[in-house]
Design a protein around this ligand. Structure first.
Ligand code: 9MR
Length: 319
């Protein structure tokens, strides 16, 4: 049975980040996605730069194509992302903004984008990567102009645009207990205390073989998030390998995928398990980390790697 069905039966929907280009021109990529994954995230298509290239210009083509593909294949969709410091269009980042003017632009952006896909996107990464690794607030464009309240503002706007969507704070290096996950919890606790509609924490999980988090600590972190009534989603999972890639390293990678899936399943608090890409051909890893590769579940020819088989095993064990 395909992974998406095993994952669904185990109660942990499996997803992948999707790029618009290969979706358009690569039938093998389309077939793999539809067969093996029950959820998609737009890898780039819903970010400010690609989708809102000028103040009065929207470019929905890629995002629409991905959402249409998902609907056609009964896949859930995660929206990514409404407030981030990266991939911002020039007009936004280099504009000279007063606080009220930028507030209006942010509210309108969120109302338009979340509103367009209302009812079709079940979960949104509302704010992405607002915390530094040492737990201090990241000094982003948004924080500089709007002050720390920009997070509240974004969550309120997203909730107004789609009251049924689950709203996430999403970040990396925050899977295990530590300074950063502590700071994120304080941030989210503060928002909930103020009545801000935030429903979950996205743990990106861009992991590195050889320097993996302690999965007991990840379990403890997920437990403390869940104890607050919040949902956890694994949102951008990949486990990169330093070249040369060997059979032993691929087996160790498979064990790590398995350990994270087991941790999620045992917690009962995870509602998605999304990998950042479907095959090693379309992964951001080799372009970004020189000398690293092979981070995903399927190889360049769309064949399942040991990690895909170990996930099938752990999902099977649940049912
Ligand atoms: O995978 C994305 C890559 O194609 C883009 O060039 C990059 C731009 O910064 O963003 C990548 O996705 C990121 C995601 O949106 C947020 N978390 C980190 C991801 C990897 O950088």
């Amino acid at each position: 049975m395909a992974l998406r069905h095993l994952a669904a039966q185990a109660g942990l929907p499996l997803g992948a980040a999707v790029a618009a280009e290969p979706l358009r021109r690569d039938p093998a990529y389309r077939a793999l996605l539809a067969r093996e994954f029950g959820m998609v995230t737009c890898e780039n298509a819903m970010k400010w730069g690609p989708i809102h290239p000028a103040l009065r210009t929207w470019a929905f083509r890629d995002a629409d194509a991905i959402v249409r593909f998902a609907t056609r294949h009964a896949m859930a969709v995660r929206g990514h992302t409404l407030v981030w410091h990266s991939q911002q269009p020039r007009w936004l980042e280099h504009g000279s903004w007063s606080r009220p003017a930028l507030t209006r632009v942010l509210r309108a952006h969120i109302a338009t984008l979340v509103g367009r896909y209302r009812g079709r996107i079940g979960a949104w990464d509302v704010v992405n990567e607002a915390v530094n690794d040492d737990g201090t607030p990241r000094p982003t464009f948004w924080r500089r102009v709007l002050g720390p309240k920009y997070l509240d503002l974004a969550f309120h706007a997203a909730h107004r645009a789609d009251p049924k969507a689950r709203l996430f704070y999403n970040d990396y290096n925050a899977e295990a207990l530590g300074e950063k996950s502590d700071a994120i919890l304080r941030l989210v606790d503060g928002m909930r205390h103020r009545g801000v509609p935030v429903h979950g924490i996205g743990l990106q999980a861009h992991l590195l073989l050889g320097d993996l988090p302690d999965f007991k600590s990840v379990a403890a972190n997920i437990t403390r998030i869940a104890a607050r009534g919040l949902t956890v989603q694994i949102t951008e999972l990949d486990i990169r390998i330093r070249r040369p890639v060997t059979a032993a390293k691929l087996r160790a990678q498979a064990d790590a995928y398995l350990a994270l899936a087991e941790t999620c399943l045992a917690s009962g608090a995870c509602t998605a398990f999304v990998t950042w890409g479907a095959t090693d051909k379309s992964s951001w890893v080799p372009g970004f980390f020189k000398g690293y590769d092979d981070a995903l579940l399927f190889d360049r020819a769309c064949r399942p790697k040991p990690a895909a088989r170990s996930l099938a095993e752990v999902f099977n064990r649940q049912v």
